[in-house]
Write a protein that binds this ligand. Structure first.
Ligand code: NAD
Length: 555
């Protein structure tokens, strides 16, 4: 899967948008030099670069519209030509290395500001660890990604990516080949060679809703046991408030100065590389006096913080609360809209119109206001519950957060409720086709996906399930085995189906051939769990169509 799409967009957008306003800035000299020596057109758009036979590995960043601070053209040619692009020593130098047109890259050289790359390891090579480690490597750092799962590491060394995340495959290969990224199961060796150790292991929920921190504590102890010099441990896993302090206490006996930093991750699966490379904010919690750790964090994130506006420094406790607050607030918006959807259906209102009306208010904004089958994924459900549980431990009842979770759990049965209503309370023997199993498009992750509870409910009602998803079918097979029929072709799920349920709004489901759907199904019943087919006037095409909280248009 190529990653070029997202990088190209950024390059095109930023370079075209910003360059004309640069006036006589020294970057013009860099561009002139590029033009002169590589015959690359002045605008440096991605297409130009690709047409010239080059490869854009990352954008030329112009974060504040003032300058293209760092750009580096690399290839294997011997000649080097330095171009000074400003007075600021930290952003001073861009280096142009001309050579054969086909062999050059554009990439950031932010590390040049500090003279050398940061050496770091990331423990836990799942969604967060793999993306963070790879992206750090792409910015020039030297990264060792460690995981206890030997088969995962073996596959990664062969460039086989255990998760579906657009763009990660190319980026891993590129950085391994450049010598910036390695994979290992050997934590003890990895920590000997690094200044920063990120912990990105899972923090799954315990039965009482708390985050299970055993892996985080275990890794922290291992790191300290094997450290041969002073170290900064960075908690990137999502952990409840107080964990940083706990880890700091846990490792207090270390003979080295080990400073613990909190740096929660906000990437979204499906857009993870873009989120990491172009963050809205980088939240870093450091204790007063932990200056070494602070400097290292400043340094490792410098390439992503060229505008100096991205890092939000705070104490570790605030960083820990920030992560849970962000996820809970987003989840709360979804639960609120799902509750409103039920009301809308009852009173003849349309939740989509309500969303437009409400979301147009800049104080509210349009995001995360879509009614649907309930939120899922590896973060929202567990983080909302963990926040509630943490507060309870401190004698505080977070009622809004608690209600957010309860509403979501209740809402998960909406598919089965609607289908039962439709089929006179009798679903036994009904063949239900499901399109979309991942908890959202762009990922193969099915953790806490609404599809799981929906399938469970339907199987309990005696339904036969045939499902399709572009990426998540293997993960669903691991959960349900042969209790769910899985088909490689979306339309195959529809043969003889009594109803089609859409649960994940993958792009390939957006414009289906409804004639074909009707022909294949036994009864043309559609339950659109994401309201993506509202405008198709499906009732006029002979379908019995329902969404979530919507009014169906008829002419
Ligand atoms: N997935 C997301 O979108 C996302 C976003 C932001 C934050 N987070 C948080 O980041 C953390 C990691 O999430 P994830 O989705 O990447 O988890 P994951 O389950 O995909 O990956 C965790 C990895 O850690 C490895 N691991 C566990 N114990 C280990 C040990 N002792 N030594 C070495 N490796 C070990 C596992 O083998 C696994 O590969 C969680 O706290 C999560 O809440 C996740």
């Amino acid at each position: 899967m190529s990653h070029r799409g997202c990088r190209e967009t950024n390059v095109d957008h930023r370079v075209r948008a910003e360059l004309p306003s640069l006036g006589d800035h020294p970057i013009r000299r860099l561009r002139s030099a590029l033009l002169e020596q590589l015959r690359v057109p002045l605008e440096l758009s991605t297409n130009d670069v690709l047409q010239a036979g080059g490869e854009v590995t990352t954008e030329v960043l112009c974060p504040d519209g003032a300058a293209l601070h760092e750009a580096e053209v690399l290839n294997d040619a011997p000649a080097r030509h330095a171009v000074d692009i400003g007075q600021d020593q930290r952003r001073l130098q861009s280096v142009l290395v001309p050579g054969s047109p086909s062999g050059w890259h554009l990439s950031r050289c932010a590390n040049r500001c500090y003279g050398s790359a940061v050496k770091l390891c990331v423990i836990g090579t799942g969604y967060v660890g793999l993306v963070s480690g790879t992206c750090f490597a792409a910015t020039g750092q030297r990264v060792i990604c460690v995981d206890k799962d030997a088969s995962k590491i073996k596959r990664l060394r062969r460039y086989e990516i255990p998760i579906y995340e657009p763009g990660i495959e190319d980026l891993v290969e590129e950085n391994v080949k450049a010598g910036r990224l390695t994979f290992s199961t050997d934590l003890a060796s990895a920590v000997r060679d690094v200044d920063l150790a990120f912990i990105a292991v899972g923090t799954p929920p315990t039965l009482d809703g708390e985050a299970d921190l055993s892996a985080v504590f275990g890794v922290a102890q291992e790191l300290v046991k094997h450290a041969t010099h002073d170290l900064a441990i960075v908690l990137k896993s999502t952990v409840p408030v107080g964990t940083n302090a706990q880890v700091q206490r846990l490792i207090a006996d270390s003979e080295h100065d080990v400073q613990v930093v909190s740096n929660p991750e906000f990437l979204k699966e499906g857009a993870a590389i873009n989120d990491f490379m172009y963050p809205d904010r980088i939240v870093i919690g450091v204790r007063p006096g932990h200056d070494r750790a602070r400097r290292l964090m400043d340094r490792v994130y410098h390439p992503l913080n060229l505008s100096s506006t991205k890092i939000v420094w705070m104490n570790p406790e605030s960083a820990e609360v920030t992560k849970y607050a962000a996820n809970t607030m987003l989840a709360m918006r979804i639960s609120f809209m799902n509750e409103l959807a039920v009301l809308c259906e009852e009173v003849g209102a349309d939740v989509q119109s309500v969303r437009h009306g409400v979301g147009s208010d800049p104080r509210i904004g349009p995001q995360f206001l879509h009614a649907g089958p309930g939120y899922g994924g590896s973060c929202f459900p567990k983080d909302v519950k963990a926040l509630v549980a943490t507060a309870r431990r401190h004698g505080i009842e977070l009622e809004l957060a608690d209600a957010t979770n309860r509403v979501n759990v209740r809402h998960r049965s909406f598919v089965v409720r609607k289908l039962k209503r439709h089929f006179d309370n009798d679903l036994a023997g009904k063949r239900i086709a499901i399109w979309g199993l991942a908890f959202k498009p762009g990922t193969d992750d099915v953790r806490e996906s609404p599809s799981i509870t929906t399938i469970d409910f339907l199987i309990n009602e005696g339904c036969e399930i045939v499902a399709h998803d572009p990426e998540a079918m293997e993960n669903i097979r691991e959960i349900f085995g042969d209790k769910v029929g899985l088909v490689d072709e979306a339309y195959d799920a529809l043969k003889g189906a009594d109803a089609l349920v859409l649960l994940t709004e993958w792009r390939e489901y957006q414009y289906p051939e409804f004639d074909r759907i009707k022909e294949l199904m036994r009864t043309p019943v559609i339950l659109d769990g994401r309201n993506i087919w509202v405008t198709y006037r499906l009732p006029e095409q002979g379908f019995e169509y329902e969404g979530v909280g919507i009014q169906i248009a008829t002419s």
